[in-house]
Design a protein around this ligand. Structure first.
Ligand code: NAD
Ligand code: GLY
Length: 362
């Protein structure tokens, strides 16, 4: 397990480091080289303020540092909450040279990143992710967004951070279910692109559930390496980046059908990956033994392997709302093998309809 060196997301002039380690939030002045004396607004939420705001403030010295505390939760990822960030920037008279710091999970990262993408046509921002999901996924790659009542992440922009600071110690306070949701995204990386990593997860799952720091640091690092490589090759998701959506077309339909908030995003992706593996098997892409390995690891990580009971037609309708649908065709990320995924719309439609009918007959 090779650790400690910062990883780089290689995007030419917009390249940036991901710092991963324990005790990063205790390193006063860590962000000074990125902030360079400019005004800073730290955005966090009401659950994290007492835990991490003070150390985050100390990451910057010699600058004006203000903070804004937003309400917790996915329901706060809205245009109304976004306006609170703009209101704070106006109140503090922050200009085009300010820097925003997102201190929190994916919700805070996405909304703060979008505020940075749009405030005065774009200012710098830094990601300080505090959930496993944010450390392995949402803080890396520059997707920022808020939700619209018509759907998740419908209003957004690509805007890369100046750097990402992932302090493993923040995972100590993470609720168990949130840790599991992050582990689902970790399994995703093994399934889509690294069979060896998947096998390592199979042997180390107990240690991960027990929050062994060295193992968690390894999964954050390896997940970020895989994501950084894909993002560097396809920043705007014209092709390969869509692989990162393994399990998401089924998973988003689960979230939508169950009612947003009932299932955590990572839990829905876990069951969604099981569905993607089973559908791959149905098309003759994947053998039964590999489907069972995927399902078994997901179950051992204490994540759901079955979707909720939903009428198949409703589930199909929910899948049709996915952002990957092109000209009415549902594109799916399917598996050729553990460690090898492919985006495809090249399957008989009736196979998906029959598959869903069988999935939901119990
Ligand atoms: P979240 O941000 O809602 O955080 C989950 C919960 O954990 C919240 O209640 C939060 O207050 C709490 N929390 C955060 N850090 C904590 C800590 N260290 N200790 C204790 N509690 C803590 O959810 P999430 O799973 O981090 O992110 C989900 C969001 O990320 C969704 O909105 C999703 O759309 C988005 N997302 C974005 C991308 C992307 O590429 N931009 C990728 C995946 C997901
Ligand atoms: N979470 C998918 C992506 O960043 O593309």
């Amino acid at each position: 397990m090779q650790q400690n060196m910062a990883l780089n997301v290689d995007l030419g002039a917009r390249s940036y480091p991901i710092m991963i380690g324990s005790g990063l939030l205790r390193q006063g002045g860590l962000l000074d080289p990125y902030v360079e004396g400019r005004d800073v607004l730290i955005v966090t939420n009401d659950q994290l303020v007492s835990l991490y705001l003070q150390p985050a403030e100390a990451l910057v010295t010699g600058s004006r540092v203000e903070s804004l505390v937003l309400p917790e939760g996915e329901s706060a990822k809205t245009l109304d909450t976004l306006k609170l960030i703009f209101d704070a920037l106006v109140a503090h008279r922050f200009g085009r040279d300010c820097v925003l710091i997102a201190l929190g999970g994916g919700v805070i990262g996405d909304i703060t990143g979008f505020a940075a993408a749009t405030w005065q046509r774009g200012v710098d921002f830094i990601q300080v992710p505090t959930t496993l999901l944010a450390q392995v996924d949402s803080a890396v790659g520059g997707k920022t967004a808020v939700n619209h009542p018509g759907g998740k992440n419908l209003i957004g922009a690509f805007h890369q951070p100046l750097c990402v600071v992932s302090d493993m110690d923040t995972l100590n306070s993470l609720p168990e279910r949130e840790l599991g949701a992050g582990l689902a995204e970790v399994i995703k990386y093994g399934l889509l692109g690294d069979a060896e990593f998947f096998a390592w997860l199979e042997s180390e799952h107990q240690g991960l559930l027990q929050r062994d720091k060295e193992r968690l640091q390894h999964v954050v690092r390896r997940s970020c390496e895989i994501k950084a490589e894909i993002v560097a090759a396809d920043e705007r998701e014209r092709g390969r980046r869509a692989l990162l959506n393994l399990g998401h077309t089924f998973g988003h339909a689960i979230e939508r059908c169950a009612g947003y908030g009932e299932w955590l995003h990572g839990e829905a992706i876990a069951a969604g990956m099981c569905m993607a593996a089973a559908f791959s098997q149905r098309l003759g892409w994947l053998d039964a033994e590999q489907v069972e390995r995927a399902r078994s690891l997901i179950a051992r990580m204490q994540l759901p392997v079955e979707p909720p009971a939903v009428p198949p037609a409703d589930f199909l309708a929910a899948m049709s709302l996915d952002k990957k649908v092109i000209a009415g065709q549902i594109r799916l990320v399917l598996l050729r093998a553990i460690g090898e995924a492919e985006v495809t719309a090249d399957y008989p439609e009736h196979e998906l309809v029959d598959f869903l009918s069988e999935q939901f007959v119990r």
